[in-house]
Design a protein around this ligand. Structure first.
Ligand SMILES: [Zn+2]
Ligand SMILES: [Zn+2]
Length: 85
């Protein structure tokens, strides 16, 4: 397992609690940061890592976004198109 995260406090393997969690979505509408949240069951340490696993590239505009969500750029463009026609 190359993706094992080790607790910096007690050097035990950390457990993946949440993958691809959207951080700051309430504050930043477009620039979301997706993180993998790891916790150490031994000491309770929580560590965040940038999520790379479930990012997909939009075939329309090329924007990288979470596979769990629709492309925000295309949604925005659709809204602009609807306003123009
Ligand atoms: Zn620990
Ligand atoms: Zn797109």
């Amino acid at each position: 397992m190359s993706d094992t995260k080790i607790c910096p406090v007690c050097n035990k393997a950390m457990k993946l609690k949440e993958a691809g969690y959207p951080m700051g979505s309430a504050l930043l509408k477009a620039d979301r940061v997706h993180v993998d949240i790891y916790t150490c069951e031994n000491c309770g340490k929580v560590e965040l890592f940038e999520a790379k696993s479930d990012l997909v590239k939009c075939p329309v505009c090329g924007t990288m976004h979470s596979a769990k969500e629709a492309c925000a750029i295309c949604a925005l463009n659709k809204g602009l198109d609807a306003a123009n026609h």
